[in-house]
Design a protein around this ligand. Sequence first.
Ligand code: GCO
Ligand code: MG
Length: 403
Amino acid sequence: MPRITSVRVIVTRPGRNFVTVKIETDEGIYGIGDATLNGRELAVASYLTDHVAPVLIGRDAHRIEDIWQYLYKGAYWRRGPVTMSAIAAIDMALWDIKGKVAGLPVYQLLGGASRDGCMVYGHANGSDVSETIERAQEYLEKGYKAVRLQSGVPGLKSTYGVSGERFYYEPAKGSLPEESFWSTSKYMRLVPELFQRGRDALGWDIHLLHDVHHRLTPIEAGRLGKDLEPYRLFWLEDATPAENQEAFRLIRQHTTTPLAVGEIFNSIWDAKQLIEEQLIDYIRATVVHAGGITHLRRIAALADLYQVRTGCHGATDLSPVTMAAALHFGLSVPNFGIQEYMVHTEETDAVFPHAYRFDQGLMHPGDAPGLGVDIDETLAAKYEYSRAYLPVNRLEDGTMFNW
Ligand code: GCO
Ligand code: MG
């Protein structure tokens, strides 16, 4: 039985900030987990170093469920993004260790492959509709089966999901938050045109997705979903803020466009009503922000009872360690739907060498024992942390709004 001898936190910035936990054991085997919480990284780093590491030394690394329960129930203060990202990182690292000890990739420990690979979607972002479609065409050429369309909105200086980069989208920047401005009416006029022209140019064999990024009221979301019905979206994401789960009842009354939600959820309780009332079609909770593989499996098991499928968050602020863990989870879980995939920069990939691979629109975690991802600590040490914030968003009259 491998005993935990050290729990270390590694903060690095190969192009962007990442927090990684490394658990070492007396048998020489170690595991790693992602603890990155975009824009609030050091809070999780401190939670792990100051409060979690001391209670893990000497424990049996194989007791994943018990350690999960110990950290969740034992803190007394349950849930929340900082706590749940810290627990997630420990959980990932312990699965990594168990896989390495067994000599098996983690997906084999989770019941084995339920499919050949995990369908992923890429991000086509353009400053206008034509540019977005051009980028979507590039994804088609790369073999993607699904792509998300986001376009700049005429009359708005900047908008969520659009960046100057071709395949990277990196919203966290600057030592203070950037301010962007929003107009629901301008946006609502643009999106149906985006998808009409998108279908005309890209055809019907590709899945199309869109992220509203929490910016509509439920009745506006109902209207948008209805307007988009002719274009048969794979999903409409984060149509309205989801703290109030009941709000989705109103959207459901008005549209059959499939709904996805949950990238900011951190526990099963955030999604319980949404799932049980079948108010959503896809749950976007991720390994890193929702308590690790152990807790995400629990969420997926609940979702499966209601024919809700998974669609895990996979933006660039989720490190390659999360990407690997998400693919082991996705390959094995019965109700997998799709996985978001934004390629990392070369700098990031060099710090986190990994076994997962992309082929013809599907991704596979590879067959290396454990998670199949590592951290090059010497290289990581060369990139110093620097504070970066997600943007904030205001209405055109200056009112603070949802980003
Ligand atoms: C997505 C997300 C991201 C988040 C980002 C926050 O669907 O990929 O909305 O773009 O905004 O990951 O850290
Ligand atoms: Mg999103």
